[in-house]
Design a protein around this ligand. Structure first.
Ligand code: ATP
Ligand code: MG
Ligand code: FE
Length: 332
């Protein structure tokens, strides 16, 4: 079966066609990053406007890449939330219009379910599994007993991992989004600066990054007042080491405790090389556990992941009506 995925929750206008939930037939992403860069973050009003301009072009390009006609599509999967309401609405309305005009079944998808199902485009899921979701707005450990069932066993109590990356990058005067810049700098520096690790209470799988972020900002500020220089690459390496240590440490603990068959990495921060490398290394402690990491292009926002998740939901019989609406705070 062929599923058309549509994703407009944030600053990427994306559409994709996925065959049998596994195979990418077409995958188009129009990023608006440049328009938001000078504001140092995503401006919701600008995002909506770009989506309106891009959505038809992106859908046309997707059909062209696939060399398919809309009549060959078995279902349309669209991100219904969470995200920016004005941005989500553009995708939801485009999906509804297509579904209505061509009488194609419609499925609403949770954006984070999409990030997790990006892994299904790499490797078949084996249950039970544990997904570490690290993105611009989320940091969660999610336990899955079966397809489509998500149990959040840990989450951030303050900033998301990506948010912390972006804020620390800003403090280091790096462009937005800062994650990739810190990742690159970290490789050139040494983790010589003492920064906290937020392990929280014994046995907790929750995360916290705001203390670490404040420690970075304070350390930079104090050094500046004393006329000392801190190499940005050393700060990047120190920050990244702290983030990765806690993310990987808690993931390994949870994977052992829940006796999972697979660990999946998901979300934009999954593109982080330090995280990928450390997780790969640490998973070796658990020889029965298979680690799946999507390629970089499937870590950040895309519609192939929405189509992959939508395929499973469609096969489980889930359908949306024409009353489908954007839900900015949709729960998983
Ligand atoms: P959400 O999925 O929670 O709604 P989002 O869709 O905005 O949020 P993603 O697109 O999944 O988030 O991820 C974007 C985030 O990933 C940004 O914060 C960005 O800095 C971060 N990021 C991207 N590449 C890297 C990298 N190599 N290292 C660290 N962070 C990265
Ligand atoms: Mg984005
Ligand atoms: Fe995302």
């Amino acid at each position: 079966i062929f599923v058309l995925g549509i994703e407009t929750s944030c600053d990427e206008t994306a559409a994709a066609i996925v065959k049998n939930g596994r195979e990418i037939v077409a995958n188009v992403v129009a990023s608006q990053m440049e328009s938001h860069q000078r504001f140092g973050g995503v401006v919701p009003e600008i995002a909506s406007r770009h989506h309106v301009e891009q959505i038809t072009l992106v859908l046309e390009e997707t059909m062209k890449q696939a060399n398919m006609d809309v009549s060959e599509i078995d279902a349309i999967a669209v991100t219904e939330g969470p995200g920016l309401v004005g941005a989500l609405l553009i995708g939801v309305n485009a999906a509804k219009a297509l579904a209505f005009a061509h009488r194609i079944p419609l499925v609403g998808v949770h954006h984070i379910a999409g990030h997790i199902y990006a892994n299904q485009l790499v490797q078949d899921m084996k249950f039970p599994l544990l997904a570490l979701v690290v993105s611009g707005g989320h940091t969660e450990l999610i336990y899955m007993k079966e397809h489509g069932v998500f149990e959040v066993i840990g989450e951030t109590r303050d900033d998301a991992a990506g948010e912390a990356y972006d804020k620390v990058a800003r403090a280091l005067q790096l462009p937005y989004p800062g994650g990739p810049h810190i990742d690159r700098l970290a490789k050139q520096g040494k983790p010589t600066i003492d920064l906290p690790r937020a392990w929280l209470e014994e046995g907790s799988y929750d995360f916290s990054f705001s203390g670490l972020k404040s420690a970075v900002i304070n350390t930079l500020h104090n050094a500046k007042q004393r006329g000392e220089t801190i190499l940005p690459e050393d700060m990047a390496a120190s920050f990244q080491t702290s983030v990765v240590e806690v993310l990987v440490g808690k993931t390994i603990q949870a994977a052992a405790h829940y006796d999972v068959k697979q660990i999946l990495l998901a979300g934009g921060v999954a593109a982080n090389e330090g995280l990928r490398t450390q997780l790969q290394k640490q998973v070796e402690q658990l020889p029965e556990v298979e680690l799946v990491i999507p390629p970089l292009s499937l870590c950040t926002d895309n519609a192939a992941m929405i189509a992959a998740a939508g395929t499973v939901l469609f096969q489980q019989g889930k359908r949306a009506t024409m009353a489908l609406n954007a839900n900015p705070s949709l729960l998983l």
